[in-house]
Design a protein around this ligand. Sequence first.
Ligand code: HEC
Length: 273
Amino acid sequence: MTGVRTFISRRWSRLAHARGRNSAPAPVALLLLLFAAPCWAAGSGDYMMRAEVDLSDRKSLQRGARTFVNYCLSCHSAAFMRYNRLGQDLNISESVLEENFMFGTDKTGDTMKVALNRQEAEQYFGIAPPDLSVTARARGADWLYTYLMTFYRDVSRPTGVNNLAFPDTAMPHVLWELQGWQEPVYREEVREDGRIDRVIDYLEVVTEPPGKPGPYQDESYAETVGDLVNFMVYLGEPVKLKRKTIGAWTIVYLLVLLVIVYLLKREYWRDVK
Ligand code: HEC
């Protein structure tokens, strides 16, 4: 197939992708796309999905933390985060922390270290998985979300998968048990010079995750990834959680000060008049 090149569609979007799975009637899908348009048009890349970050949602952060320790810490570290800080910030009691979050250590003062050793990792993947402490800040929440949503089967890769946000990534699709396997659906575009481009239109789940059949798993996976990204944004800048509280108290303080200063002013001017 000479002259056929493979691309990712510009139109590609989260909803286009979701649409591929179920069979929403065309007008409904169109309507959805209309609403979706601003989401991806505003993103920094053509194929960026949008992550909804809400650091005030403690439950979401807790769920994200759980997914993170269960699925990511085996290869990646988060060396700037200590378990006891995590517990305090996210309201996780010490016993729950020890039972459900700490697999690599028994000291709550420890940082989130990786289970795998570096040399082995390099041997397996050709590159050591990077520390994830500040990845959300470096890459952005939308990128992270897109990355975790868009692993798709590609037999030409050693891991058997490729990725839309990070082409030829060395990371395997570690969340396949939650998402299942996706495959790209292509469309062909004839260019002006007559050559044909083969374009990835959207990704479609072709194999359901084990034990989770049904048309809704797409959304539940999207929620899991949303929580995970939310958590990773917190991880990148834990003080963000405190910043809002500090801001609110500062305003209360200024208001109280305003009252006092006003009364003081009245007191002074009474003698002048
Ligand atoms: C089996 C080992 C393994 C597991 C488990 C794993 N990763 Fe990775 N990850 C890698 C490798 C290897 C890379 C390096 C990819 C490259 O540079 O090509 C990577 C890269 C990444 C990157 C890109 C970092 C960057 O800025 O370049 C992100 C983000 C990431 N992983 C997130 C995660 C998250 C979130 C999880 C948990 C859901 C996870 N990884 C679980 C092996 C793993």
